[in-house]
Write a protein that binds this ligand. Structure first.
Ligand code: 4NP
Length: 168
């Protein structure tokens, strides 16, 4: 498969330093584990510019690393209008960021804009990955639990559809 034919997934939160880089690292790990790194491209971004150029929050990094996910090399960036054309899936962590994405989405956009948790395999988890930034360690643990679950569901969804015609 050519690079341009890759299925491209963008995870989005507010700052791109806690939730979406966690999803970025977890999903990349799952994609590589499944041998699909030549087929699926993964990235993350934020709806706000507060932390552009910064690495992920230390608490998010250490929580992820405790389960084997490395994210120290990621850097925060803001969603661009090109992202709506480049990516196939743009997945928001909560309703507020989903709403911002829909407002900024250009008419020619081709991306499927959705909540990440709509791909969860655990029906009890809720549909939002809550912002852990102003809270304690339990919030970061919860983010990782939810992201691991929903990313696995997303991988199964993409894997089951990757050989289907576009209309299916
Ligand atoms: P994130 O968390 O959206 O998961 O990266 C936040 C990071 C920073 C802020 C809020 C949420 N902030 O207000 O600076």
């Amino acid at each position: 498969m050519e690079k341009d034919e890759k299925i491209k997934v963008l995870f989005v939160c507010l700052g791109n330093i806690c939730r979406s880089p966690t999803a970025d690292a977890v999903f990349k790990y799952q994609v590589i584990n499944a041998g699909l790194e030549n087929i699926i491209l993964v990235d993350s971004a934020g709806t706000h510019a507060y932390h552009i150029g910064k690495p992920p929050d230390k608490r998010a990094q250490s929580t992820a690393l405790s389960r084997g996910y490395k994210m120290h090399d990621l850097r925060a960036r803001k969603v661009t209008s090109d992202d709506f054309i480049t990516f196939d899936y743009i997945l928001a962590m909560d309703h507020e960021n989903l709403s911002i994405l829909k407002q900024r989405c250009p008419a020619k956009a081709t991306a499927r804009i959705d909540l990440l948790m709509n791909y969860s395999r655990n029906n009890n988890a809720g549909d939002e990955v809550a912002d852990p930034y102003f809270g304690g360690q339990d919030g970061f643990d919860m983010v990782l639990d939810m992201v691991e679950d929903a990313c696995q569901g997303l991988l199964e969804h993409i894997n089951s559809r990757k050989n289907s015609p576009p209309s299916s």
